[in-house]
Each structure stands twice: as structure tokens, then as C-alpha cells.
Design a protein around this ligand. Structure first.
Ligand code: ARG
Length: 252
């Protein structure tokens, strides 16, 4: 009898353990925030459904990930919601008139994961303003703090957030990231996260969204194996090496 009670207790505790979500929080491991603090963040929508994030780089140009726009047959299926902390209401919605994906973008490798979106009219709504791009260079130095925002999943395989989320993650050195992703990291990518720990990361639905360091735009959410895993950091489009392409194509 005592055995049975003990067995029951053990089973109960184990059951409790597994029902507790392993990675709690938002984005993954972040917290809810306001668009007033991150007025450059937009929600990119395909036929009025949130698919990705993006950033305002001038009153009529948005930057996002190229993999976010491959499914839209025409630019006008895409729209941008600016000036709202909520992805599905508020702020102002603008139609996309032109999509410029990087000509070297490859879906298979996600190399050159960047696209420029021109809007039908200039953004002029409260809590919506452009962020300055980092100057051209090789990419952010290891250990700098990257601020990542978005409405993506709050856990691997989880559902998208309704309110904008923010998380801070340290930039990981190229050498360390190549170890995590052998033969997959190109010069157009950099990594951020906490190797060996995990718990904080972007996730599905955050793609195309901004990565800001010291008030400048350095990256876009691009890919990762799962989300917030200890051995698989977030991979971001390295905008410093694409700076000239951006100015040539948008004038920004
Ligand atoms: N590709 C994803 C998207 O479309 C973003 C994945 C980012 N993953 C990560 N672990 N950081 O939203």
C-alpha cells in the first residue's frame, strides 16, 4: 500500500513536470512592450494576415526578410501595419506597391535574406518612425546586446503573440556560430543568443523583424533550428554587408 501511494506520488510529480512549459515567456523569453518604444517595428501582412515583421527605414520604404515575400504573387497582396502594439488592429495600414528581393536570395540556404518594400503612401501616423541603418561593415562584434522585437511564437511550435514582444540577446562570435551551424553560416548572416543556455530567441512569425544594437539597425530575423534551444542560436541577416545594395535600391 505504501508503495502504491509512493508510486502515485512519483507519477503525479512527473506529470506535473512535463505539463509545465519548458520555455516560458514571449518572442521566446522576452516580455510585452509598446510600439511607442519601438516605433520602427511593423507587421507585414499577406491578405490581411500577419506573416512577418519588418522595419521602417524611411517614410516610404520597409525592410524585411526575402523569405517573407516569396509567397506573394503580386505586391498588392502585401500590406504593412505601422504604429500599433497589436498585430491585428490599430495604427495605420499601408499597401505595398513594389517588392525588391535581393537577386542572390536562395530559399534553400536563406543566404541574402533581405527585401525592400515600397509603400503606396508615406507613413505618417503616431508611433511610426524610421530607424537608421548601421553603416556598411562586416557585422556586429560578439557580446554586443541585440534588441529583437516581434509578434512571433512565444515558444517553439507555439502560437503568435498579440502584443509586441521584446527580448535582448548577446551577439555570438562567428567562430562559435559556425560550430553550432557547420557549413550553413554565410557572411550575410550573424548569430545571437545564449550558447549552452538558450531560452531567449526570435521564433516563427518574427522573421524580417528588426535587430537593433545601440539604436541602429544591424539585422533582420532570418532563421534558426527550432527556437531558443541551447545549442541552436538565432540567425540574422547581416545588414552591414548589404548596406550598399540597400542604398542603391531604395535611396535610403
Ligand atoms: N523563419 C522564421 C520566420 O519565418 C524565423 C525563425 C527565427 N528562428 C529563430 N530561432 N531565431 O518567422
Amino acid at each position: 500500500m505504501r508503495y502504491l501511494v509512493l508510486l502515485g506520488l512519483v507519477a503525479f510529480v512527473l506529470g506535473q513536470e512535463t505539463s509545465v512549459p519548458r520555455l516560458d515567456g514571449r518572442i521566446v523569453g522576452g516580455e510585452a512592450t509598446s510600439i511607442a518604444t519601438y516605433p520602427y517595428q511593423i507587421s507585414l501582412q499577406l491578405l490581411s494576415t500577419h506573416i512577418c515583421g519588418g522595419a521602417i527605414i524611411s517614410s516610404d520604404w520597409i525592410i524585411t526578410a526575402a523569405h517573407c515575400v516569396v509567397d506573394s504573387p503580386v505586391p498588392s497582396y502585401l500590406s504593412v501595419r505601422a504604429g500599433s502594439s497589436t498585430r491585428n488592429s490599430g495604427g495605420q495600414v499601408y499597401t505595398v506597391v513594389k517588392v525588391i528581393s535581393h537577386p542572390s536570395f536562395l530559399t534553400s540556404t536563406l543566404d541574402y535574406d533581405v527585401a525592400l518594400l515600397q509603400l503606396s503612401s508615406s507613413i505618417s501616423t503616431t508611433n511610426a518612425s524610421a530607424i537608421s541603418l548601421a553603416a556598411s561593415g562586416t557585422g556586429p562584434a560578439a557580446n554586443l546586446t541585440a534588441v529583437v522585437t516581434g509578434w512571433g511564437a512565444t515558444s517553439e511550435g507555439g502560437s503568435a503573440a498579440t502584443t509586441l514582444q521584446v527580448v535582448e540577446v548577446p551577439v555570438i562570435s562567428r567562430t562559435d556560430c559556425e560550430t553550432a551551424y557547420p557549413l550553413r553560416l554565410t557572411d550575410r548572416m550573424f548569430c545571437a543568443g545564449i550558447l549552452g543556455v538558450g531560452g531567449k530567441d526570435a521564433c516563427q512569425g518574427d522573421s524580417g523583424g528588426p535587430v537593433v544594437i545601440d539604436g541602429l539597425l544591424y539585422g533582420l530575423v532570418s532563421w534558426g533550428d527550432g527556437c531558443a534551444r541551447d545549442d541552436a542560436p538565432g540567425v540574422y541577416t547581416n545588414l552591414q554587408v548589404l548596406r550598399d545594395w540597400i542604398s542603391t535600391n531604395s535611396g535610403v
